[in-house]
Design a protein. Structure first.
Length: 94
């Protein structure tokens, strides 16, 4: 995600919205974890390594947003509810 000039991170807002993403087509489905002024964190069963450039389509109560982003970090995350291994990615909006 993006830092401001003072060195601290941008404020995050925990929001769970459906997100479709991919390199050329938005075929992978996931959910946003949090949003900030510079990007978002996404959880999904598949992921991309940095510095992949992605097309994202996020559905919010206000409508669908199409974004272009760059993966800044990626890590495995255990989904205890579904008993699966998912991934989380930090994506900077370009």
């Amino acid at each position: 995600m993006v830092s401001n000039s003072a060195g601290s991170r941008s404020k995050r807002f925990n929001r769970r919205y459906p997100v479709r993403f991919g390199i050329e087509q938005t075929r992978i489905f996931g959910f946003s974890v949090n949003l900030s002024s510079g990007g978002l964190a996404v959880t999904a069963r598949r992921a991309f390594k940095p510095p992949a450039k992605l097309i994202l389509k996020m559905t919010t109560p206000e409508g669908e947003l199409q974004l272009l982003g760059e993966v800044r970090w990626c890590k495995r995350a255990i989904n205890s509810r579904a008993k699966t291994i998912d991934f989380q990615m930090g994506i900077m909006v370009l």
